[in-house]
Ligand binder design. Structure first.
Ligand SMILES: CC(C)(COP(=O)(O)OP(=O)(O)OC[C@H]1O[C@@H](n2cnc3c(N)ncnc32)[C@H](O)[C@@H]1OP(=O)(O)O)[C@@H](O)C(=O)NCCC(=O)NCCS
Length: 207
């Protein structure tokens, strides 16, 4: 059977990924789209929200556009986003502790922000993670290091960057594309690279 016939057969039989199927919204197993606990006027979620534990908190201010994923991992997890904030497509914010993003912040596309390490550095602990998550009701977060992430007003995080636990990015700071931010960044400073290092301070005329 050539590929055209195979495609037609799959469509008619409903066995192909894109073909018709007996799925209905009721039996598809699709979950309802999650909403923020609070969202200000004029904001839009074009990406996705996910609370792994229902108690996770997600708050979005006004006139913000979220094209990426906001995910709380634990009951304590909290993502708080201010006004006029952009989170680009393919970006992901993951919180087991707290991620706070101030007003007028631009988070470009394919940026990863996480306030935790996800796994223990100890093999004896980490080796149970997959089975716990897969078969035993979820990840055990008790031995995983975490620390709040704060991105202050007016900062810009360049494309493809990674921001790790415990980091504060100061007001108006710029993170160059592709950076890995492991330490806090002072206000009005450009950093770049892996690990991110200071390139220069922004002058008064650049603020
Ligand atoms: C950081 C940035 C804003 C440029 O700032 P700038 O002050 O104009 O810096 P310059 O281009 O003069 O570069 C200064 C130095 O930093 C280095 N540098 C700049 N950006 C860098 C980056 N992302 N990673 C590593 N080094 C970088 C340059 O190589 C240069 O090094 P040198 O002095 O040894 O030659 C820009 O490079 C950048 O990364 N922009 C992000 C773009 C982006 O992500 N857009 C997505 C749409 S939101």
């Amino acid at each position: 059977m050539n590929w055209r016939l195979r495609k037609l057969f799959r469509r008619l039989s409903g066995s192909g990924k894109r073909g018709p199927s007996s799925e209905t919204p009721e039996n598809s197993g699709k979950k309802k789209r999650e909403k923020p606990d609070m969202m200000g006027d004029g904001s839009e979620i074009r990406g996705r929200l996910k609370r792994v534990k229902p108690a996770g908190k997600i708050v979005v201010g006004s006139h913000s556009l979220i094209e990426g994923l906001l995910q709380t991992e634990t009951e304590k997890g909290k993502i708080q986003i201010g006004n006029n904030v952009y989170v680009g497509g393919g970006s992901s914010i993951s919180s087991a502790d707290s991620v706070e993003i101030g007003d007028d912040v631009l988070i470009s596309y394919k940026v990863f922000i996480m306030d935790h390490d996800s796994h223990s550095v100890r093999y004896s602990v980490r080796k149970n993670d997959l089975q716990n998550w897969w078969h035993h009701g979820g990840h055990d977060w008790s031995n995983i290091r975490s620390g709040p992430v704060v991105i202050e007003k007016g900062a810009w995080v360049g494309a493809g960057s990674i921001v790790l636990k415990g980091v504060t990015i100061g007001e108006g700071a710029v993170i160059g594309a592709g950076s890995v931010v492991t330490r806090s960044v002072p206000p009005w400073t450009i950093v770049a690279g892996n690990p991110a290092r200071k390139i220069r301070e922004l002058g008064e005329d650049e603020r």
